[in-house]
Design a protein around this ligand. Sequence first.
Ligand code: NAD
Ligand code: ZN
Length: 249
Amino acid sequence: MLTGAGVSTDSGIPDFRGPGGLWARDADAGRDASLEAYLADPEVRRLAWRTRLGSPVWTAKPNAAHKALVELERSGRLRTVLTQNIDGLHQRAGSDPHRVLELHGTLHATVCLDCGATGPMREALKRVADGDPEPPCLRCGGILKSATVSFGQELDGEVLRRARIAVLDCDVLLVAGTSLSVQPAAGLVPLAVRAGAQVIICNAEPTPYDSLAAVVLHEPVGEVLPDLSSVPPSGGGRFSSWGDPSTWS
Ligand code: NAD
Ligand code: ZN
């Protein structure tokens, strides 16, 4: 399974590129999202801390799409969740944390850009709420950031390696709620196809990889994923637990 921000919109967390997304509302919203800007400009960092403090992630609850993936995992048909999301909702819904690979990191932790120390986001946000507009690293006084991958920042090499292995090893790659416009995550789709997997894409809007997919569903993930998880498993063998997706109507 490869998920994106569209899996969490029903939980009240806006995506970036969907019709109600942050970038549709404010074309400049991504401008200050680079690591370079964060390091260079204290105003960017202060705004980032205010945004983190007010993030909808802290009050969001898992929705029907997250829960459907838990069901798929428990019935033995879902091995790994590769997510671009940073909200932690797959794990909160009950997905096995060992089977969730957070390609773009997590908002629930902080990392020091100077000494590399990590810590709970909750602790840093408490300092912001108590009046520190830019809480420094408690170990070295350096610049703290959420443990998420910013524009211009590389993905964690080990996480990406494990994601690629999972994709090379799957029969079916189910893709949901992502515009597939962020690399290298989107490149997992052609990788799966080259390795012989069938790809199913469920996204409200077309993606650049729709032509590679055996099945494309331009429908709400909150309806499609629960429908999929309610299909009873039908035995072993390649594709057999799903039926061959290319024959689906
Ligand atoms: P994106 O915003 O580029 O694309 C989301 C896609 O989901 C859009 O094409 C939209 O049409 C579709 N969509 C939205 N709601 C849907 C629904 N209910 N049913 C079906 N489709 C729906 O998101 P992305 O591809 O994940 O890339 C954005 C980047 O931003 C990621 O790297 C991610 O780290 C980050 N991000 C994360 C969150 C989160 O953690 N929840 C939220 C916003 C952005
Ligand atoms: Zn530090």
